[in-house]
Design a protein around this ligand. Structure first.
Ligand code: URA
Length: 270
């Protein structure tokens, strides 16, 4: 019998190690489990049931990317794309996440934002940018008249990486065809990349967010649509480094002017 002090110490150890979520009451060997022994019940509110697969973590990044490409390409609507993601087995993050976090906002909007990956709040609720950094992002965008009625938002990765770690390049690569198809199905005129991961994954190249942020560039989607793209600092970075808020504010003003000139309907803002 473990005494309560030892249990407290153990819990503190887990918390300090980044464990902030209990997904099962007992450990699992993911390499040999079969469907009917899996105790990975989604939260009661989870909109869909995920079928566990012992194979997913073993798919090579190249095969994962190719499988994703074929699946994403065949989706003709956002609902089909969501279905394709639910069936996709090439990203092991799916098996530790509670929910697929697909997208939010207005799918007919001319402005689309793309972040990195869901955090704990997004994983629980199934929507992107609803936690602390999402609230900061919403507030900042509202200041220039952008709300979820006139923008659409998603992430490079639709499943939460455990402990909110950064997605690996292999995970981003596996999910890339889905986000590229997502862009083509929403078909925005303006793309805002939120943070370094989205910027690196979609723009490639050697330059990081510090150099790339703040200026509009031309972007051609996978499907051939021409649009304007701009990168901004991630709100999670601003929460850690509030001194950078000035840069984001300047970027937001630039975004507002460009959208206004292009006739995008903006709310009142500040
Ligand atoms: N950070 C992201 O990049 N995306 C989210 O959905 C939440 C936090």
């Amino acid at each position: 019998m473990i005494d309560s002090q030892t249990l407290k110490t153990l819990l503190s150890f887990y918390r300090d190690a980044g464990v902030d979520e209990v997904i099962s009451s007992r450990p699992h060997n993911r390499f040999c489990e079969v469907e009917d022994t899996l105790d990975l019940a989604p939260a009661a509110s989870a909109p869909e049931k995920r079928i566990p697969s012992p194979i997913a973590p073993l798919i090579s990044p190249k095969v994962a990317h190719e499988t994703a490409y074929v699946a994403a390409r065949s989706a003709q609507t956002l609902a089909e794309l969501k279905g394709a993601l639910l069936a996709f087995e090439g990203c092991a993050l799916k098996y530790t996440a509670t929910n697929l976090v697909f997208g939010d906002g207005n799918p007919k909007a001319r402005v689309m934002l793309i972040g990195e990956a869901p955090g704990a709040d997004e994983d629980r609720q199934g929507f992107p940018f609803v936690g602390q950094s999402g609230q900061l992002l919403d507030k900042s965008l509202a200041a220039i008249g952008l709300t979820r009625q006139n923008f659409y938002i998603t992430n490079i990765i639709p499943w939460r990486p455990p402990g909110n770690r950064q997605p690996t390049p292999a995970e981003s690569e596996a999910c890339l065809p889905f986000v590229q198809r997502h862009i083509d199905l929403v078909s925005p005129d303006f793309l805002v990349l939120v943070g370094g991961t989205a910027t690196k994954t979609l723009l490639g190249g050697r330059e990081g967010i510090v150099r790339l942020r703040g200026s509009w560039k031309d972007y051609t989607s996978e499907g051939g649509k021409k649009m304007k793209v701009i990168a901004i600092f991630h709100p999670a970075y601003l929460l850690r480094s509030p001194g950078q808020k000035r840069e984001v504010w300047l970027d937001l003003i630039k975004i507002k002017h460009t959208l206004r000139e292009a006739g995008v309907e903006l709310g009142q803002g500040l």
